[in-house]
Design a protein around this ligand. Structure first.
Ligand SMILES: Nc1nc2c(c(=O)[nH]1)N[C@H]1C(S)=C(S)[C@@H](COP(=O)(O)O)O[C@H]1N2
Ligand SMILES: [Mo]
Length: 196
């Protein structure tokens, strides 16, 4: 990466290297929701994986938390140009939820409340994505997607579906809510894949 001279002794800060092009740093945690915040009780919450064969695999809240829960520190990047560095989460890797799910290279993630987003399966597996249940040492707040949201930090944050309910495995990539409204099908912040 070319670094233009910033004067004698000037030094690139580490935060500059972690900020994708066109993004600015924020310290607070903005709330961006396309609709009202649904209230979901963990007694009735479930996570559903629907295979290509139509078979549904479901996890209750207790079953989810019986799986290994990872501690995650990661940077997040919203397409509206804010980035937040070093955020702390706890969540269950999608690897555990997709390992016995059969074929399908693409997914349509769906949320309580109707939100959807498409994410390639390879971007949900290999330790790259979680069902997050805690932020900053606290249960995930409802406005940030509690009780559970998808966390896919290497893609723009609209892929990290709040109030996540499950996913359908698909043979081909199909646009979700924002993707049908002009957002990019993939959403790599380092390539500025914001819109079509
Ligand atoms: N269910 C649902 N998930 C969603 C959204 C939404 O409107 N509904 N907005 C997305 C967008 S555009 C962003 S930037 C992040 C915002 O998450 P936050 O409100 O916790 O900052 O959630 C994403 N997940
Ligand atoms: Mo966003």
């Amino acid at each position: 990466m070319a670094v233009i001279s910033r004067g004698f002794g000037a030094r690139r800060r580490e935060s500059d290297d972690r900020l994708p092009p066109g993004q600015y740093l924020t310290e607070d945690f903005p709330v961006l929701s396309a609709g009202p915040t649904p209230r979901i009780d963990t007694d009735t919450w479930e996570f559903v994986v629907v295979g290509l064969d139509g078979i549904r695999r479901t996890w209750s809240w207790d079953e989810l938390l019986a799986l290994p829960v990872d501690t995650i520190t990661t940077d997040i990047h919203c397409v509206t140009r804010w980035s937040k560095l070093g955020t702390h989460w706890r969540g269950v890797s999608l690897d555990h939820l997709l390992q016995d799910a059969g074929g399908g290279d693409f997914t349509r993630v769906f949320s309580y409340g109707g939100y959807t987003t498409n994410v390639p399966r390879a971007d949900l597996t290999g330790g790259k994505a979680w069902i997050a249940v805690e932020f900053d040492g606290q249960p995930l707040a409802p406005e940030h997607g509690g009780p559970a949201r998808l966390l896919v930090p290497h893609l723009y944050f609209w892929k990290s579906a709040k109030w996540v309910h499950g996913l359908d495995l698909l043979e081909k990539d199909e646009p979700g809510f924002w993707e049908q409204n002009g957002y990019n099908m993939y959403g790599d912040p380092w390539k500025e894949e914001r819109y079509w």
